[in-house]
Design a protein around this ligand. Structure first.
Ligand code: KPL
Length: 330
């Protein structure tokens, strides 16, 4: 029988969610936390998994115990000849964490049977990874699963979503086709509604377009997602950001759903009471993902010879907010 190895790198909300659900399905998961402190907590107490709204205190909790390893330990395991037939490396860290160092560690961890699956928002990380990992071995994933991390070893599955998987470069032949199918199968087995996409780059961009229209505005205005629909000027600005981002995607030859604007409004409606990830970062005084969302659109638009003035403006505003938060923290 075929043997599998699944390494989840990053123990944020999404990393914990994937590690917990894959573990609960009986799959061999190793989880690499980014700090020793979180690693020790996970090792001692396991992952505490709950599903339902965060407030539902009576939701049933399951303790899941994936193997907890440092990235170094996982890499040594690979180098010392741990030969699974298929090895999936789920990269579940934030974009900013995809540094040259991390890319190096991922390269050490990868062997001839490894496939790196990127779960980041925004764009830019695939280019960074493909400097050290063959591009045909990189898959991108777009997921709408909702998760919260109330504590370092605790995850709440707040919303069931859909996950799309696809190769960023489709020249991996039969092995690549089989690995993609296997990944979809394993994720479905773990309870994730997962589909294969033949054009994952367009899907990544469609999510990027939505994030670039919603997230910076919620962060600048400090409002929940639903508020953008109620304020006429905010809605107008959101539409301008959307139009500029769509024009960039089209110029790059990417496919954009004809009803993407309706989908975007629907996301605002369905997540009306939520704070976007960027607003959460701003409120917590953390660096946001603006460089990989709005910044990514600005870079690609420049390359394509297009002007995106509204993105330029919101980019500068969010950067100024980040700089202000840093100064306050000093
Ligand atoms: O994906 C999101 C985020 O918060 O990052 C939403 C708000 C749902 C869409 O931009």
């Amino acid at each position: 029988m075929e043997s599998h190895r699944i390494t989840v790198i990053g123990a944020g909300a999404i990393g914990l969610l994937f590690a917990a659900k894959l573990g609960m399905a009986g799959l061999p998961v190793e989880l690499c936390a980014r700090t020793d402190e979180q690693g020790r907590l996970l090792l001692n107490d396991g992952v505490r998994f709950r599903s339902g709204p965060e407030s539902s205190a009576n939701a049933r909790e399951t303790i899941v115990r994936p193997s907890i390893r440092t990235l170094e330990e996982a890499a040594v395991r690979s180098e010392s000849g741990d030969k699974a037939d298929v090895h999936f490396i789920l990269l579940a860290v934030k974009q900013a964490a995809v540094t040259a160092d991390l890319v190096e560690q991922v390269a050490r961890l990868s062997g001839p049977s490894s496939w790196v699956v990127c779960l980041q928002n925004g764009i830019g990380h695939v280019e960074a990874l493909s400097r050290r990992v063959p591009a045909h071995r990189i898959f991108a994933a777009v997921t709408t699963e909702g998760a919260l991390k109330p504590a370092g070893n605790e995850v709440v599955h707040t919303g069931v979503g859909t996950t799309w998987i696809g190769a960023v470069r489709s020249e991996g032949g039969k092995a690549q086709d089989e690995a993609q199918k296997k990944l979809v199968e394993l994720l479905n087995l773990a309870g994730f509604h997962t589909f294969l996409s033949k054009d994952i780059t367009s899907r990544v961009w469609q999510k990027l377009i939505m994030n670039s229209a919603i997230n910076p505005l919620t962060a600048i205005l400090r409002v929940h997602n639903g508020e953008l629909l109620k304020r006429r000027e905010a809605l107008k600005l959101m539409r301008t950001l959307y139009d500029e981002a769509v024009a960039t995607a089209v110029k790059l030859g990417l496919a954009v759903d004809s009803d993407l604007w309706e989908q975007l409004l629907d996301v605002c409606r369905k997540t009306a009471g939520n704070r976007s990830s960027m607003l959460q970062d701003v409120l917590a005084g953390r660096t946001t993902e603006i460089d990989y969302i709005t910044g990514g659109i600005i870079r690609e638009a420049e390359r394509a010879g297009l002007a995106v003035p509204s993105h330029q403006t919101v980019y500068l505003l969010v950067k100024a907010m980040e700089a202000g938060a840093e100064a306050d923290g000093r």
